[in-house]
Design a binder for this molecule. Structure first.
Ligand SMILES: Nc1nc2c(ncn2[C@@H]2O[C@H](COP(=O)(O)OP(=O)(O)OP(=O)(O)O)[C@@H](O)[C@H]2O)c(=O)[nH]1
Length: 288
């Protein structure tokens, strides 16, 4: 599939006319920005091109970069030294939560020199998720707190907080299930986990992080809205950025929920994650 930048080039004919802006709007919709946001961005682009008499593709790309920049929020996910940090990972099944925890354990150890990281196997719904987390624990040399398949996830995370506090560990990366017998159960379970964590951590740096799969398109926005309603999300990690030529879900989520993106997953290996960089992302999307 062609990238946004390649397609932008192909819809650009000699002049920037009404047909161009119509195609532009379609292109934004196809790139997962959603109909309303695409219209808004395309209208702003039309206006500024008119005002500044922009007539070439480079000028237009520059304007689009400026406009998109207002819709994309970047923030760094930092471990606060000397206190307990708890990052709780949420998201529907298969988006890459467990893999993200493994990659971030590796990242924080190697790039941010965080010494004591503990992984909490809060996805007790899928038996394999516990084993998968244990493997990540072995690979990254991190302690793993788990109970048996089907155990209460709130209890697992509560135990993790208790033991991390007594051992003076700095960072907990906690997994949660992405699937339950039905959606209402999942949301209820997450609300319960959140309450337990809030009671257990008191002064911790607690972040609720949604993991969104880049290949699911606009569905990612619906997931963000649902999870945010249950437990007010602090920020997002986008996975499988390597498997999609789109990525318009980023401005769509930032714009609707006013939350930042922290990291981008670019593969299945331990090193395949990087902090989200807004300027780089917009450059990559539009094509320099
Ligand atoms: N190409 C690619 N694959 C990824 C990335 N992140 C995760 N995956 C793959 O996506 C699949 C699902 O990842 P998991 O980490 O098991 O997903 P999960 O959200 O924990 O799934 P549940 O436990 O079922 O909720 C695995 O095969 C991962 O290797 C990424 O950034 N790029």
């Amino acid at each position: 599939m062609k990238s946004f930048g390649q397609r932008l080039k192909s819809i650009f004919s000699a002049k920037i006319d009404e047909e161009f802006f119509e195609n532009m709007e379609d292109l934004l919709v196809e790139s997962d920005l959603g109909a309303l946001l695409s219209m808004e961005i395309s209208d702003k682009l039309r206006e500024s091109c008119k005002k500044k008499s922009i007539k070439n593709l480079d000028g237009l790309k520059g304007e689009l970069r400026n406009i998109l920049s207002d819709y994309v929020i970047e923030d760094s996910l930092k471990v606060k030294p000397g206190e307990l940090n708890l990052f709780l990972f949420l998201g529907v099944n298969g988006v890459g939560k467990t893999t993200t925890i493994g990659r971030l354990a590796h990242y924080f150890k190697t790039k941010e020199s965080v010494k004591d990281i503990v992984l909490s196997a809060g996805d007790t719904f899928r038996a394999a998720a516990i084993d998968q987390l244990k493997i990540h624990g072995e690979r990254t040399n991190c302690r793993v707190v788990s109970q048996q398949h089907g155990a209460d996830p709130g209890a697992v995370i509560f135990d993790t907080v208790k033991s991390a506090k007594s051992k003076g560990e700095e960072l907990i990366l906690a997994d949660t299930a992405g699937r339950m017998h039905n959606k209402t159960n999942l949301i209820k379970e997450l609300e319960k986990i959140n309450k337990i964590v809030l009671n257990a951590v008191d002064k911790a740096n607690y972040k609720k992080i949604l993991v969104v799969d880049c290949t699911t398109g606009q569905n990612g926005l619906n997931q963000a809205l649902q999870f945010n309603e249950a437990v007010k999300i602090d920020g997002v990690v986008l996975t499988k950025y390597d498997s999609s030529a789109k990525g318009g879900i980023i401005p769509a989520i930032c714009n609707r929920l006013n939350i930042p993106f922290y990291f981008i997953g670019t593969g299945e290996g331990l090193d395949d994650i990087k902090p989200f960089n807004k300027v780089e992302y917009i450059k990559e999307l539009i094509g320099v």
